[in-house]
Ligand binder design. Sequence first.
Ligand code: NAD
Length: 363
Amino acid sequence: MDLLATISIGQGGLDEVGAFARERLGGTAKRAFIISNKKVFGLYGKRAEASLRRAKFATSFALCGDGERYKTLRSAEKMLAAMAAAGIERTDAVISLGGGIVGDLGGFAASIYLRGIRHIQVPTTLLAMVDSSVGGKTGVNAAFGKNTIGVFHPAAGVLADVDCLRTLPEREFVAGGCEMVKHAAIGGKKLLGRTLDYFSDRDSPGSALKLADLVRDNIAFKAKVVDQDPFEDAARTDGRSRKILNFGHTLAHSLEKVTNYRYFRHGEAVGYGILYAAELSKKTCDMRQKGCRIVVRCCAQRRRSAACCGHRASDGLRGIPIRQKEYFRITSDGPASGNRPPGHFVRQSDPSQNCFLHPRSIP
Ligand SMILES: NC(=O)c1ccc[n+]([C@@H]2O[C@H](COP(=O)([O-])OP(=O)(O)OC[C@H]3O[C@@H](n4cnc5c(N)ncnc54)[C@H](O)[C@@H]3O)[C@@H](O)[C@H]2O)c1
């Protein structure tokens, strides 16, 4: 399947979401059920609804809580009940309007409602545009882990309007930037160089255009990887496996879970995960020092974000109000880890190389 052909990226596209959905869903779809949250729906819901109505959809909506802790089976069940109350049928569709949480939750609800109805993604965060809306992974978190309940349910279409990024808070923008660094680190030198260039000077004239181009290239990159391995075949170990997109995510998911999904934005945790993976690769797989330095530099550009504070805890803390500082380190092999096996958190009183600021320190 040519995934890229189902994706529309541009400025001002939100007002065309109705026409886009009609084109992707065909004439049989009568109802569009919007899943969003209060904040995003307040900003963009009316425009999306108006556009859908112009394209002859009957619209209804349900709003979920804002935050990772609402990406649960309980929220999904509420969405399903609202869909049933709105009379959604098998030929109708769910429209997720929001960030990755709304996208994952809406996609999951669509995938199980009446054994699966179609889903359109309208991502409004940088992270959702460049990553989560593309590739068909949907799901919710559980007590036993993040994204541990879910299915592959590729969206019938994705419409990304980069104008929506204008209202995105800086911290969310930065978190999305970390997923861009992930793509760039695995995508090759050219994308990495451009990403570094953009984040080094975001205030330069023409940076909006650079961003739009980068969003487009990130989506194209992810779509290409997903096309080669759409359902992440567990048995595959070759270089074209989709697993490469999980770079940095082992640590990221652990960080999110041990902090009850309350401290890190997902992208920030990925930023840490990338740094950790790069360090490990340098030590264990002989990753070149230069490659590692570039990845670290790229992540460290995002200083304004509280939690994604770069290689050393002190790097990212300028200008950020901090409570009493606490640090932690993640054990790897070697004498410094004492008796602890690799991958454990160890509290430290002082900052040092390879340690991170504990999220508790950030108000
Ligand atoms: N399915 C996948 O392949 C995939 C990939 C990566 C991440 N994810 C998931 O994505 C989630 C993170 O997504 P996220 O970073 O977009 O977080 P999010 O959905 O929580 O959105 C971040 C915040 O921005 C607000 N917001 C959204 N759009 C806005 C806008 N245009 N203007 C102002 N505020 C806006 C939201 O209300 C929220 O408070 C995680 O649950 C992660 O697991 C999924």
